[in-house]
Ligand binder design. Structure first.
Ligand code: SF4
Length: 276
C-alpha cells in the first residue's frame, strides 16, 4: 500500500446523508479495498479512486483544521467515515479518527461512526467517556468467511462481532449494517439468524441492504457473475423473510434505500434521530 500525506483546508464538509450534518473523513481511499465499494465514486482524487485499496491519503493537518472549525461552525451531527473506513490500518499510526472524536466530543458534537475494523476497540475508553454523544455502526456481512473475497483486508467476521459485543457491553450505542447482501453468498437463513442473534444480544438496530450494481463492477472478474445474479434476484422475497425474522427476534430492522456515500450509501438514517 502507498501512503500519501496531504494538507487540507477544511475538515468538515456538508453531508449528503439525511440526518448527518457534516462528513468527516480522516483519510482518502481505504486499504480495506472491498471489491464492491463505491466510495471510490465519491472520492474526487482520481489517482486514489482508480487505485482503490492500494493508495491512502492521510490528511496530516486534519486535527488542527478541525480544532479551528469546531469553534466557528454550528453544532451538528458528524458522520466519521462516510467515504472511507476511519479505523482502517493507517489509523493505528496516525490516530486521526481518535483525535477527531476527542475534538468533536469536547465541543459536544454528536458523532456517528461506521467501520468494519476491530481497531475501534483501541478507542473504547474515549467512546465510553463520550457515549452520550456517540453511536457506532459495525458492518457485519457474514458469520463465516464467505464474504472475505469481497472484503479482502477488513477485519474478519469474528473480530467485528467481538467489537460490537465489547462496545455494547461498555454501554455504547451500536447498530449493525448487514450489507451488501450478495445472492448465494450471505443471503441464507442461517446467516440472517446469526446476525439477528447478535443484534438482539447487543441491542442493535439492524440495517440491511442489497448489493447495488455500479458500472465498475462489470470490469471485475470476481463481480461479473454476481452482478448477473443480482439483476435476476427476487429481492422482495428475501426482504419479506428478513422482516419476518426481525419480528421473530424482536429486533428493530430497517431496509436500506437510496444511495449516498461509501458504506453509508443506503442507511435509512432515522437511527440518528433515535440515538443522538
Ligand atoms: S466498503 Fe468501507 S471498508 Fe470497504 S473499502 Fe469501502 S470504505 Fe473501505
Amino acid at each position: 500500500m502507498k501512503i500519501i500525506e496531504i494538507e487540507i483546508s477544511s475538515a468538515l464538509s456538508p453531508s449528503g446523508l439525511p440526518d448527518i450534518d457534516y462528513a468527516l473523513n480522516p483519510y482518502l481511499g481505504c486499504y480495506h479495498g472491498c471489491l464492491y465499494c463505491y466510495a471510490r465514486l465519491y472520492t474526487r482524487d482520481r489517482y486514489i479512486s482508480d487505485n482503490w485499496g492500494e493508495v491512502v491519503a492521510v490528511k496530516k493537518n486534519l486535527l488542527n483544521v478541525l480544532q479551528r472549525e469546531v469553534n466557528s461552525i454550528k453544532r451538528g451531527v458528524v458522520g466519521i467515515g462516510t467515504i472511507t473506513d476511519p479505523y482502517q490500518p493507517v489509523e493505528a499510526i496516525y490516530k486521526l479518527s481518535r483525535g477527531s472524536i476527542e475534538i468533536l466530543a469536547t465541543k459536544k458534537f454528536p458523532i456517528s461512526i461506521q467501520t468494519k475494523s476491530s481497531l475501534i476497540l483501541r478507542d473504547i475508553d474515549l467512546l465510553t467517556k463520550y457515549r452520550d454523544l456517540i453511536d457506532v455502526g459495525i458492518t457485519i456481512t457474514s458469520i463465516d468467511n464467505s464474504m472475505a473475497f469481497l472484503e479482502p483486508r477488513a477485519s474478519p467476521p469474528w473480530a467485528r462481532i467481538n467489537a460490537i459485543r465489547k462496545l455494547s457491553e461498555a454501554g455504547i450505542k451500536v447498530w449493525i449494517f448487514f450489507g451488501p447482501i450478495v445472492p448465494g453468498i450471505n443471503d441464507d437463513i442461517n446467516t440472517i439468524r446469526e446476525i439477528l442473534t447478535i443484534a438482539k444480544e447487543t441491542n442493535s438496530i439492524l440495517y440491511y441492504d442489497s448489493l447495488h450494481i455500479k458500472p465498475f463492477m462489470m470490469r471485475n472478474k470476481y463481480l461479473i457473475d454476481i452482478v448477473k445474479e443480482v439483476k435476476r434476484y427476487r429481492w422482495n422475497d428475501l426482504f419479506s423473510i428478513i422482516k419476518s425474522l426481525c419480528k421473530e427476534y424482536n429486533v428493530l430492522c430497517r431496509p436500506g434505500f437510496g444511495e449516498k456515500e461509501g458504506d453509508r450509501y443506503s442507511i435509512s438514517l432515522d437511527i440518528y434521530k433515535k440515538q443522538h
